[in-house]
Design a protein around this ligand. Structure first.
Ligand code: GDP
Length: 450
């Protein structure tokens, strides 16, 4: 989503490299470039103005002149200011002292609320919570069914009036406020510690929509009202956010569709314009395309420094700790086998499509073309080759002679050449990793934890 912005900022900041000292003119020129980059990315004008003023003031101040490397100092300032407009500290969900915590979702139709409800439910379930999803979008046909589908995928129960059934109790089928209230009772009864209320959206902001959302809010007294906004809608994101802030009020923002190729800067302005923090970000249609929003990581990603922290966190979740430590130890001693390699590859792939992961690495922004070649199909082939090997071959690829190669190629449906390639690359990578392990002091005896 922020590729163009990221490219421009990286290029601008790179121009500063190698300069021993920055003149005010250098800083003004850099600030001008940054300003254009932000405006072109659709960041709201007042946000841009404040941002640029801060950068100039700080960069021209004593900070830079005393610095050993002025370019780095400017990058640091830009990064800090960017973190600032994105909200500073990571803001976590406020959980109620007396459960259930009630989270209400509000936003325009199509913003991604229902999808988000499923994502959030899955995310919270992964943190040992016992969420209940509540279908209060009784206007859009299929909204209830859609929530039931995502609930099923997230393995989280859904409280909903039966679709299409005219119940004796009219209030249950037709009135979202009544459904919301009953859901809270149900949550108390069934000991759900979190209730996620999905509400109806409209195509545009209108009073009826706001009134309904406000009524649900009054009925359930939510601990959090999350305003869900599609990052692809451009400048409208800011106007819509203001309308919801005034009409319903919200305590946090969720950005969706960050995987899109729109410019997205407006979404980055929402925090600054409304004063409310961004809590989560969605970047795809699948339930796992979702994460807590960390302003610092997003800033470093936009600045093209990669998002190592996100990657590490995802890796921690996906990796089997013992297995990873065992592999690290083997890397240090050069004992890594293709079996380990396969296990690691499977663990990494649990984290999501490989292109997404690689995109988070530092400098990835400038390696887009190469990254485009690293696809999941290629990994599928590598996996097939290793699976086609016997345990002895995986442990010691040196024994793979011509006839074994032929057998593996036949079994895994690849060319013999690909097997040679894999084995050669494996040895090279193993050597390189061993050297790196020595350099960074992990692996071998030093990497082992008891
Ligand atoms: P609602 O009307 O606010 O409940 O929105 P939905 O949850 O029905 O989402 C509208 C459309 O956006 C659906 O087609 C979703 O699959 C899609 N969608 C939701 N979140 C994302 C996202 O993060 N990325 C992408 N690409 N699509 C999304």
């Amino acid at each position: 989503m922020f590729d163009t912005l990221s490219d421009r900022l990286t290029a601008t900041l790179q121009n500063l490299r190698g300069k021993g000292r920055l003149s005010d003119a250098d800083i003004d020129a850099t600030a001008r470039e940054i300003r254009i980059a932000l405006l072109e990315a659709d960041v709201a004008l007042p946000v841009v103005k404040e941002f640029i003023a801060q950068i100039k003031q700080r960069a021209k101040g004593a900070e830079v002149h005393q610095a050993l490397n002025p370019a780095q100092q400017v990058i640091k300032i830009v990064n800090e200011e960017l973190v600032g407009i994105l909200g500073g500290e990571t803001r976590r969900l406020n959980l109620a002292k007396n459960p259930p915590t009630v989270i209400m979702l509000a936003g325009l139709q199509g913003a991604g609320k229902t999808t988000l409800a499923g994502k959030l439910a899955r995310f919270l379930r992964g943190q040992q919570h016992t969420p209940l999803l509540v279908a209060c979008d009784l206007q859009r046909p299929n909204a209830v069914t859609q929530l039931q589908v995502v609930g099923e995928r997230a393995e989280v129960p859904v409280f909903a009036p039966h679709p299409g059934v005219t119940s004796d109790d009219e209030t249950v089928t037709g009135d979202p406020v009544a459904v919301a209230k009953q859901a809270i009772e149900e949550a108390n009864h069934a000991q759900h510690d979190i209730v996620i209320v999905d509400t109806a959206g409209r195509l545009g902001v209108d009073e009826e929509l706001m009134r309904q959302a406000a009524n649900i809010r009054d009925a359930v007294q939510p601990d959090e009202v999350l305003f869900v906004v599609d990052a692809m809608i451009g400048q409208d994101a800011v106007n819509t956010a203001e309308a919801f802030r005034d009409g319903v009020g919200f305590t946090g923002v969720v950005l969706t569709k960050l995987d899109g190729d729109a410019r997205g800067g407006a979404a980055l302005s929402v925090r600054q314009v409304t004063g409310q923090p961004i809590l989560f970000a969605s970047n795809g249609e699948k339930l796992e395309d979702f994460d807590a929003f960390h302003p610092d990581r997003m800033a470093s990603r936009i600045l093209g420094m990669g998002d190592m922290l996100s990657l590490i966190e995802q890796a921690e979740q996906a990796f089997d700790q013992e297995q990873a430590e065992a592999a690290a130890a083997k890397i240090g001693t050069g004992e890594l086998t293709l079996e380990d390699f396969l296990e690691q590859m499977l663990a990494v792939r649990k984290m999501g499509p490989i292109g997404n992961l690689l995109g988070m690495l530092p400098g990835a922004g400038q390696m887009k073309d190469q990254l485009a070649n690293v696809d999941d199909k290629h990994l599928d082939r590598l996996q097939a080759i290793i699976r086609g090997m016997t345990p002895a071959e995986r442990a010691n690829p040196k024994i793979i002679d011509a006839s074994r190669r032929k057998r593996i190629a036949r079994g895994s449906g690849v060319q013999i050449r690909e097997i040679n390639d894999l084995v050669n690359r494996f040895y090279e990578a193993r050597k390189m990793m061993q050297q790196m392990a020595g350099q960074f002091g992990f692996g071998g005896g030093g990497g082992k934890k008891n």
